[in-house]
Design a protein around this ligand. Structure first.
Ligand code: SF4
Length: 142
C-alpha cells in the first residue's frame, strides 16, 4: 500500500492512540493491523516506525498458535499522550474556533473592539467550563 506522508503521519498518530488505549496490557500487532486494514508488511513498518521513535515497546509472543508482537506504549510517551488529551479537552468548545470576528480579535491592540479581555462569549464559555469541571469533580468526590 502506498501512503502519502501526511496520511502516514496521521496513521502513525492514530495507531499510537489505539495502542495507548490498550494501556499496560498492550495490543497484539495482528489486532492493530486488522483495525487499520494493513497487511503484515505495512503493519510491521508502522510498528517499526513507532518503535524507532521509542514510543512503544514490542514483545514477541505466541498468540492463537502464531508468533506476533505485543505492543505497549512506553510510559514517557503515555504521559505525553495524556497531556495532549488534557490540552485538547481544555479548549474543547471554545467560541474562538467558530468566531466570525477572529480576524479582528487582538489581545495586544487596545483599540480593537474584539479582544479576549472584552469578550462576553469567552467569559461565558470560561464560566460554563468551570462550573462543568466543578460538577464533574463533585461527582468524582461522591
Ligand atoms: S475572544 Fe471572543 S471575539 Fe475574540 S475570537 Fe474569541 S470569541 Fe471571538
Amino acid at each position: 500500500m502506498k501512503i502519502s506522508v501526511k496520511s502516514k503521519n496521521s496513521l502513525v498518530e492514530q495507531a499510537l492512540q489505539t495502542i495507548s488505549r490498550s494501556g499496560e496490557n498492550g495490543i497484539f500487532q495482528t489486532e492493530l493491523c486488522k483495525t487499520f486494514s494493513l497487511d503484515s508488511r505495512d503493519g510491521s513498518r508502522l510498528v517499526g516506525n513507532l518503535e524507532k521513535q521509542a514510543l512503544i515497546s514490542r514483545e514477541k509472543i505466541l498468540y492463537n498458535g502464531r508468533w506476533t508482537y505485543k505492543l505497549i506504549v512506553k510510559k514517557p510517551a503515555m504521559a505525553e499522550i495524556e497531556k495532549r488529551q488534557v490540552e485538547i479537552k481544555s479548549v474543547e468548545g471554545a467560541p474562538c474556533f467558530s468566531c466570525n470576528y477572529q480576524h479582528l480579535c487582538s489581545s495586544e491592540d487596545d483599540m480593537s473592539q474584539y479582544s479576549p479581555a472584552k469578550c462576553t462569549w469567552i467569559a461565558e464559555w470560561v464560566l460554563s467550563s468551570f462550573s462543568r469541571t466543578l460538577n464533574q469533580q463533585r461527582h468524582v468526590d461522591l
